[in-house]
Design a protein around this ligand. Structure first.
Ligand SMILES: Cc1ncc(COP(=O)(O)O)c(C=O)c1O
Length: 420
């Protein structure tokens, strides 16, 4: 690891060598461009899981020391994840995946819906925040589709405005597309949805590794993210406003009907992986301390500073790749060509005229570039783009531990792989 720099030193916005030293798998020759599929887990996460499993893996919550420590480690993680989302712990459910969490939420909200009530879903997003809601059509719920704009590849507010009605109960959309990398303006959309008398359920899975979540500032009703795409283990978080969770139908044992968030979480969370979750904030805090020095700021302020640095670094990673793709004849970029950090994450998808997506990916493998093609479970988006017959898109997805050198390697390899 490199030495800590003086507080306030800003010439190198993010010390990637320091960050990368926390991810043992980055030591090899491969450059990882599949981070939207799953990030690596940071070392403090691994340490906590190892510690839990080797010393405390008993049923948590009894009075003997190992059991008490097991419960404490899980509670530390639960509190850390609530802080990361700016929520109260009772409002944050830890489940196996976002797909499962949305499924649970749909089951819990279903009894509160009437035949003819409307739910809006999009054709841009990963199926996780779409399919479980669409299935409610079998109960007489009317499902409306908010389609992304064919030019901007974005979910435009006008498109939603045209769909909202007095029967709209819920609008489900993504904060960041796992295909285009583009952000939606969650706070503005939530205001619009609330004005229409509906609730908002936002998929933040492709957002969480890149920017700090703030469910309170956005006033969102439900918010989802997956911790295996946030430097943690394969788990997922579901935030719900307390009043909504209280009203939701219980799904767990009858004597847990009033227990938040357990009432929606049959079986409870995986213990050892939950114990690891506090390692995510520990890692982000170590990044903060490394760059800014020890600080008396509250955790949320420290996290905000870290994510600002991450955003600046990500913009610098995305810009050359987006410029290269824009310069190449026959390349169709999916999404916004700007690397502007306020508009997107460095998740970059494209198609090449006359080539199947997997041909491009196979051509990049010898250069040890871990990159992927496909629909990434946003199958409706790939259909709408007309790219299904070509196997979807090629996607290069970066996070803060990627380096400018890796992007340069990718551009060199693409330069050879894509006919000019
Ligand atoms: C934007 C987005 N939403 C939801 C999911 C599904 O998450 P999980 O695998 O936790 O169900 C993914 C996974 O790729 C995703 O990229």
């Amino acid at each position: 690891m490199t030495a800590r720099r003086a507080p306030g030193a800003a010439e190198a916005p993010l010390d990637t060598a320091f960050a990368r030293a926390h991810f043992p798998a980055l030591a090899g020759p491969w450059a990882l461009f599949e981070n939207a599929g799953g990030t690596l887990a940071a070392e403090p996460v691994l340490d906590r899981i190892r510690s839990y499993m080797s010393a405390y893996q008993v049923q948590p919550g009894a009075d003997f020391p190992a059991s008490a420590r097991a419960a404490e480690m899980m509670a530390e993680s639960h509190h850390a994840m609530a802080a990361l989302m700016n929520a109260a712990p009772e409002e944050v459910l830890i489940g196996p995946s976002t797909t499962m969490n949305v499924f649970l939420l749909a089951q819990a909200l279903r009894p509160g819906l009437r035949e003819g009530d409307e739910i809006v879903v999009t054709n841009l997003d990963h199926e996780a925040n779409v399919g479980a809601w669409r299935r409610l059509a079998a109960d007489g719920i009317v499902v409306r589709e908010w389609r992304f704009d064919a030019e901007s590849h974005a979910l435009e507010p006008d498109g939603l405005a045209a769909l909202l009605s007095e029967r709209t109960r819920l609008v489900c959309f993504g904060h960041c597309s796992n295909i285009t990398g583009g952000f939606t303006d969650v706070a503005a959309l939530v205001r619009m949805i609330h004005d229409a008398g509906a609730l908002a359920c936002v998929d933040g899975v492709a957002y969480a590794a890149h920017r700090l979540i703030d469910v309170k500032a956005w006033d969102v009703d439900f918010y989802l993210c997956s911790t295996y795409k946030l430097y943690g283990p394969h788990l997922a978080l579901l935030y719900g406003k307390r009043a909504h969770l209280e009203r939701a139908a219980p799904l767990n044992h009858y004597f847990l009907d009033d227990a938040l968030p357990l009432k929606l979480n049959p079986g409870g969370p995986n213990h050892e992986l939950t114990a690891g979750l506090a390692g995510i904030t520990a890692y982000l805090d170590a990044l903060h301390a490394h760059h800014e020095g020890e600080s008396n700021l509250p955790l949320r302020a420290r996290l905000a500073a870290v994510f600002e640095r991450i955003a600046a670094h990500e913009e610098a990673l995305g810009a050359p790749l987006l410029d290269f793709l824009a310069s190449r004849h026959g390349v169709r970029l999916i999404g916004n060509p700007s690397a502007d950090r306020s508009l997107r994450a460095p998740t970059v998808s494209f198609a090449v005229d006359g080539r199947d997506a997997d041909e491009i990916v196979r051509a990049l493998l010898p250069a040890k570039l871990a990159i992927r093609d496909g629909d990434f479970y946003a199958a409706r988006c790939i259909e709408a783009l007309g790219l299904a017959p070509r196997g979807g898109v090629v996607r290069a997805s970066m996070v803060h531990y990627n380096t400018g050198d890796e992007v340069a390697r990718l551009i060199r390899a693409l330069d050879e792989a894509i006919p000019s």
